[in-house]
Design a protein around this ligand. Sequence first.
Ligand code: TPP
Length: 342
Amino acid sequence: MAPELWSLYAVMLKSRLLEEAIAKLWHDGLISGEMHLGTGEEAIIAGVVPQLREGDAMALDHRGTAALLMRGVDPVLIVRELLGRPDGLCGGMGGHMHLFSRAHLAASSGIVGAEGPNAAGFALAAQFLRPGAISVAFFGEGAMNQGMLMESLNLSSIWSLPVLFVCKDDGWAITTQSERVTGGDLNERARGLGVPAVEVDGCDPAEVWEAAQIAIECARSGQGPTFLHARCMHLEGHFLGFQLLRMMRKPLREMPRIAAPLTRSFLRRGGAAWGERAAGLKQVLAAGPSIQRDPRRDPANDPIRRARNTLRSDPVRLKEVEDQAQEEIDRVVASALAEVAS
Ligand SMILES: Cc1ncc(C[n+]2csc(CCOP(=O)(O)OP(=O)(O)O)c2C)c(N)n1
């Protein structure tokens, strides 16, 4: 059975606050490069990771911060890593897409789909070296169109590897809507390879927990892999500063910035025929209304806000939990920003 919502909320909230603090550091210019947050995925991660035991492994994608935090990796080391400091988790050389903790058997990768082979490899090793241990792969639905993930599902099935494949489906791969590039149904695809598939609400940590618990027990007892399909929203879009979301949040500020280059390219001499240009322009302009209907605008799709709504009936306890989480994350950030000890 899943733990009570209070403890799941506390875990999810800490992760959210840590990622919000990371976003602030990024906006302040202290973290360089792209930054993919996992805000919106917390219920999926909280429903799986706290169930892992010593000796279990995690193969993570480019949104690995929440899973590492929930697995017990020191968040100060994570933040220092993102800052590129030599005292970071990977000596400041990995950055947010290549976070790695040997002690926790956890590795992330920026190669979409690599979580499949990584998790299958961990699981194959576990079969020989740590019987009863399992591995978990977290990846987006875009990764399901990578051959190596299909190969990993297939081998895990045929070798009964102890893997839990968790597909965090937000419907988008950067700016491509997944339904435009994905044939068939993902659960059926996994089943076609002999891997049982379970559909869960990725905003409900208890539902994820219960499905993951059954899958983890199956894997530990030698009954092979399970595919968990959980829908969610990435509240910050693909990465921080995502243009579509900037337009959605501040249309008056953003639209004029794109209006001039759009007009220039529309009127430029040479290039595509006028009909094609007009069709392209129509598509761009249609993005406006579709942004207004974007499900990321609906608070019901934010797992933290959803859990909070339920817990609001006990405001005193809620404040206590929230204050404690905030204080903890404030301490993490202060400690991560402290000077490198000489
Ligand atoms: C093999 C490979 N191809 C392309 C990319 C570029 N890329 C980075 S993230 C991404 C989209 C991935 O979408 P999805 O798997 O759904 O994960 P999400 O970002 O939505 O969490 C792509 C195509 C990559 N990193 N690796």
